[in-house]
Design a protein around this ligand. Sequence first.
Ligand code: ASP
Length: 420
Amino acid sequence: MAQVFKFGGASVKDADGVKNLVKIIQLHQDKELLIVISAMGKTTNALEKLNQAHIQQSEDTQSLFAEVKQAHYQIIQELFKNLNHPIYHEIENTFVEIDWILEEEAHPDPDFNYDQIVSVGELLSTKIVAAYLNECGITTKWLDARSYIQTDNTYREGKVNWEKTKELIQESIPTILKDQVALTQGFIGGTSENFTTTLGREGSDYTAAIFANCLQAESVTIWKDVPGVLNADPKLFPDTEKYEQLSYAEAIEMTFYGATVIHPKTIKPLQNEGIPLLVKPFLDPSAAGTIISADALTENLKPAIIVKKEQLLVSISSKDFSFITEDHLSEIFSAFAGCQIKINMMQVSALSFSVCMDQNERRFHQLTEQLVSNFKIKYNDGLELITIRHFTPELVAELSKGRRIFMEQLSRNTAQIALK
Ligand code: ASP
């Protein structure tokens, strides 16, 4: 049975990261392995800027592109001392794909333009890592994820055609895995017209889960720069603790409320096939990490604290002092759905409906336009939304101490507080 490994940008941010990845693969060489890799370090952010510059025909387009090239050449020069190694040529050719895009005017659909440019980050990283694995004597086959992960043409948020994807993966990958390591890109897919799509930021975890589901893999391991799934972001809280195990349901709840350790879409394809997900530290590969599975113990979980910044609290009320009825709510919800706004917390009172959402000027403007004829809309910006799973009253008090609370909600397992 195959195992799927996913390495994120932080794990391959430099030559040492790539060498460390090789060590991890060497430890698991007796297994059938499919490896999914993200773009190196902060490449995706850099390519996002390049795409923006191209769309705006900005003067710094070429210098932004040069920075991306420079970062990758530096890594290959450290990994491949022989300057005649074919990887140099291959990487140059991959950059030419961006050259061609930049030579033309930007595509009228900015999301289409985005996917064609930003996807190159994953093509570069996987070409480099596959070549280096082969150089180290680990026979590795580079696969183009766009030929397997089939999506519709919702650029930047490709919706997976599961049937087609499953057929393509099952057709050829099991044979490859028998005698080679297979290595492919996270985050990217292809349409039936052979255009490139992306699956949403941080989507490589989801890619790993798709491949695992279609291969009915034994497990997925996400290699991270943290010891496992922690109960809070270590950048915000000094004393975090690691979970030894979590249920699929708990993991999905945590990602729903904004925990960024795993992409929210990752769990479902794994749960559906009963495939365990391991989250492990790439700097200590033999450590246990966290295991997410169906039969995890769910009692006495440590409280998990999830902080979402840049929140907008929107209050929607009727214009004529009438109650907020189910009819109003149905109109309001359909406006939220139409503007693709995710509701992070909500509350209804007699005269108003309040919602906490991510700050996004464009979407909020759209929403206001749709609702303004029938409703009064007020808002507060710059809020933080703190969610505590398995809260204690003491912890709620501690986290809100000295701050102004705008909205608060407690259920059996979850406390949410919007505050400043
Ligand atoms: N490279 C993409 C991103 O940074 C996808 C990923 O890393 O999962 O969002």
